[in-house]
Design a protein around this ligand. Structure first.
Ligand SMILES: Cc1ncc(COP(=O)(O)O)c(C=O)c1O
Length: 333
């Protein structure tokens, strides 16, 4: 069993001292920016409004993305923005929403609004929604689609303590909706009611976040992050068959681990398999690579010798342009 095995010798990844992994100069608040890209042009953010009868407000019919901008030695850069815009268009397609822009135009919009707002450490939120129309549930028939790209400051998501020392997580009593009920891969606003219930439950129980099981009884994901665990020398995570949003951070971690020849297993896993892990971490654009120190009173390894800490360091080196092998993932302003 894993308890009796000696600690693994994990690869060192990017050549950066562990202490430097998490920069200290992150924004503390979530201040909104002055400008927003809205239907193809830059506008003053405070002048924009959404109709109170917008279909999206009533029925959750919006799709969105979350993209980060990181400071690099060559100035601010967006991380994997093309992949995010591709996923946005995929989510829209699943909801019958036609967006009159392609990936290149959306990327251009994101670059433009980030530059205009003069920020170098931010979270970018592209969102497309069905607007004003009749009170029915066929928005693709009669509701205009609007698209905006907003930006705001974002330091850490689950808090700096969680990023450094680990998050305390509970298993939610709410199940993740099955991919046969809603297209789980889509980042659609309505889907997040499920995450809100689980996140509120975590809050009420005194935890930082919650992990949801799916309708098959295996682990799905956390409220806004994918789940990885490490056991017996293997890095494990699940895939779309487990009703997850297949995260771009998840994909980045798998690529970095593959390149370092870490043994990987991608398949559905049960709660008991996860609870027997040596270490667990969560991945997401907002949460980055956040170690889990506890699930419902059971403790897991954290600290700089863990694979999670090494991958966190490799990830942060990648997104800030310190790892030249992955500059193709960065879009400089
Ligand atoms: C439910 C859910 N799972 C996983 C993720 C992670 O996706 P990504 O790494 O692309 O941000 C997110 C965040 O977007 C999410 O909301």
């Amino acid at each position: 069993m894993s308890d009796t095995q000696p600690p693994m010798e994990w690869p060192n990844f990017a050549d950066i001292p562990l202490e430097e992994a998490i920069p200290t100069s992150r924004p503390k608040g979530q201040a909104l920016s002055r400008f927003v890209w809205w239907d193809g042009e830059i506008r003053r953010a405070e002048k924009q409004s959404v109709h109170y009868y917008a279909n999206a407000l009533h029925y959750g019919t919006a799709v969105f993305e979350g993209i980060r901008v990181y400071p690099t030695s060559r100035g601010p850069a967006l991380f994997r923005v093309q992949d995010h815009m591709r996923r946005l268009l995929g989510s829209a397609r699943l909801y019958g929403m036609s967006i009159p822009y392609g990936v290149a135009e959306l990327v251009q919009g994101a670059v433009q609004v980030t530059r205009q707002n003069g920020i170098n450490h931010a979270y970018i939120r592209p969102l497309a929604f069905f607007g004003y129309g009749p009170i029915d549930i066929k928005p693709k028939q009669a509701c205009a689609v609007s698209v905006f790209i907003a930006t705001r400051e974002l330091g850490t998501f689950l808090g700096e303590k969680a990023l450094r020392n680990g998050a305390r997580v509970t298993i939610s009593s709410w199940r993740k909706f099955h991919h046969s009920a809603l297209p789980t891969m889509a980042k659609a606003s309505g889907h997040y009611a499920n995450s809100v219930l689980a996140a509120h439950e975590a809050l009420d129980r005194g935890y930082d976040d919650a992990i949801l099981l799916n309708q098959d009884g295996t682990v799905s994901s956390a409220t806004g992050e994918n789940v990885f665990f490490v056991r017996d020398g293997q890095l494990c995570t699940n895939d779309e068959a487990s009703s997850i949003v297949p995260g771009i951070t998840r994909d980045t971690i798998l690529r970095l681990a593959q390149e370092a020849h870490v043994p990987i297993s991608v398949k559905a896993f049960t709660r008991e398999e996860m609870m027997r892990a040596e270490e667990i971490f969560l991945t997401g654009t907002a949460a980055e690579v956040t170690p889990v120190c506890e699930i419902d009173g059971v403790e897991f390894r954290t600290g700089k010798d863990t694979l999670g800490a090494r991958l966190q360091r490799a990830y942060l080196a990648t997104v800030t342009g310190k790892d030249a092998r992955h500059h193709d993932w960065l879009t400089w302003l």
